[in-house]
Design a protein around this ligand. Structure first.
Ligand code: SAH
Ligand code: SF4
Ligand code: F3S
Length: 443
């Protein structure tokens, strides 16, 4: 086993786990490749949050059948949330898969690959709960200047529609000192931007006796000298005044908050087990805009939850109108086996859900454009990431509000001279998905 390829689906947690898988395989002496036809090991880090994520994975793994036939000895491993959910059953379903592992035993991947390789027999291993040893695994970061830093793993919220608590386990917080010392080390290594990760970062520390809460984590991480601190995800029921204050008073903390609302209807929110109301959400939004006028707000919204009426949906549209989102991830409800919502029978017909979805996307788009247009003529702090994926003559970066900005690459320097550095950019173009502008000054 000399070469490997990791394919990642799903959320930032999975992306971060993939960095650990890559780090482990590199430290085994293996070399990464881009083409599965040249890989001795292909690892899929999977997501099952909605049905289409499931289907995509099955398609991708199935399409490797002929690649594998042409490369005898190739090993295919399926990890992440589908691995955790299905375990050994996946081996029956996908006959050419060699290794199945879960979210709690990433560290076991090299040993499982070795065992499948020597025994020439597929192997599946998942654990019901994890220890914290994954925090100590080697990892290979996608960018040298950015790091994901998990502060909690798992989720205790059990929203009625959601599979995540079932595949990621109970919520556990990492010790405060460990988070801060990791960030200090990262800064010393040249990291300028960190993203604190957790399914619900706002509940950080609840399981650790006497531990500081999330606002203190924010302040302490900002004090390590890092240029930008982002975090995701925030649950509206746990977003404290102190966290809003910490965001407002700490310039290193991004002017960006991802605050999933899911629905605007109190009835549906209760059915979803979200434990807040529309008014509570909108009140949080107003407090955020008052404390941090330039904050960019993003959200997640589900339409077509069982029992959702036209009136319920109208409440969701009203939230979109009033919250003035900068970004929204919109989904049609997808029943996930094993969750309470999957057993509900008053389902919304597919065409009705689709109509609502389309209307929602239009409303979101209007909101996003209005927020972007309002930035015309302003000067933003942009952290450049490198050359734009669509146009090699453009640099691409992000504002403190997490908006993508494209700037023409100046004559002389190369894109890599800009990657991981902050510049002041005058905004002179506002599109739905990006802003345009020009550099006015350096770091
Ligand atoms: N912990 C995060 C992320 C959860 S998954 C959070 O609480 O926000 C990301 C989003 O997927 C959720 O916010 C929700 O909007 C959506 N989602 C989760 N399960 C879903 C389902 N069964 N059907 C449709 N959308 C779903
Ligand atoms: Fe899922 Fe709710 Fe937990 Fe988010 S907070 S991961 S939506 S159960
Ligand atoms: Fe998907 Fe697992 Fe994340 S189900 S959204 S990859 S926690």
């Amino acid at each position: 086993m000399k070469t490997f390829l990791v394919r990642t689906f799903g959320c930032q947690m999975n992306k971060h786990d993939s960095e650990r898988v890559t780090g482990m395989l590199l430290s085994e002496g293996m070399t990464p490749v881009d083409d599965p036809a040249h890989a001795d090991v292909v690892v899929f880090m999977t997501c099952c949050v909605r049905e289409n994520a499931d289907i995509r994975l099955l398609g991708q793994v199935a399409s490797l059948k002929s690649v594998k036939a042409a490369r005898p000895g190739q090993l295919i491993a399926v990890g992440g949330c589908i691995g955790q959910r299905d375990g050994a059953a996946l081996l029956g379903q996908l006959k050419h898969v060699d290794v199945v592992f879960g979210t709690h035993n990433i560290a076991r991947l090299p040993a499982l690959l070795e065992s499948a390789h020597t025994a020439k027999r597929p192997v599946a291993e998942t654990l019901d709960a994890g220890d914290d040893s994954t925090f100590d695994l080697p990892l290979e970061r996608e960018h040298p200047w950015h790091a994901w830093v998990p502060i909690t793993v798992g989720c205790d919220n059990f929203c009625s529609y959601c599979i995540v608590p079932h595949v990621r386990g109970r919520e556990r917080s990492r010790p405060f000192e460990e988070i801060v010392s990791e960030c200090e080390r990262l800064v010393a290594e040249g990291v300028v931007s960190v993203t604190l990760l957790g399914q619900n970062v706002n509940s950080y520390g609840r399981d650790l006796y006497g531990a500081p809460r999330f606002a203190e984590v924010l302040r302490a991480v900002a004090a390590t000298g890092v240029g930008r601190v982002m975090f995701a995800t925030s649950h509206p029921k746990d977003l404290s005044d102190d966290t809003i204050a910490a965001m407002a008073e700490t310039p290193q903390v991004a002017r960006y908050l991802h605050l999933p609302v899911q629905s605007g209807s109190d009835r549906i929110l209760a059915a979803m087990n979200r434990r807040y109301t529309k008014d509570h959400y909108l009140d949080l939004v107003e407090r955020l805009y008052a404390a941090i006028p330039d904050i960019a707000l993003s959200t997640d919204i589900i339409v077509g939850y069982p029992g959702e009426s036209e009136d319920d949906f109208a409440e969701t549209m009203d939230v979109v109108e009033r919250a003035r989102f900068d970004q929204a991830f919109t989904f049609i409800f997808s029943p996930r086996e094993g969750t309470p919502a999957a057993a509900l029978t008053d389902t919304v017909p597919r065409d009705v859900a689709q109509q609502r979805f389309d209307a929602l996307v239009d409303a979101v788009q209007r909101s996003v454009v209005a927020k972007n247009v309002a930035l015309l003529g302003t000067v933003q702090d942009v952290l450049f990431e490198g050359v734009s994926k669509r146009d090699e003559t453009m640099l691409s970066g992000r504002t403190a509000g997490n908006k993508v900005v494209h700037v023409a690459l100046p004559d002389g320097p190369s894109a890599s001279d800009f990657a991981g550095r902050f510049f002041r950019v005058h905004i002179d173009e506002a599109q739905t998905w990006f802003l345009g502008g020009y550099i006015v000054s350096g770091e």
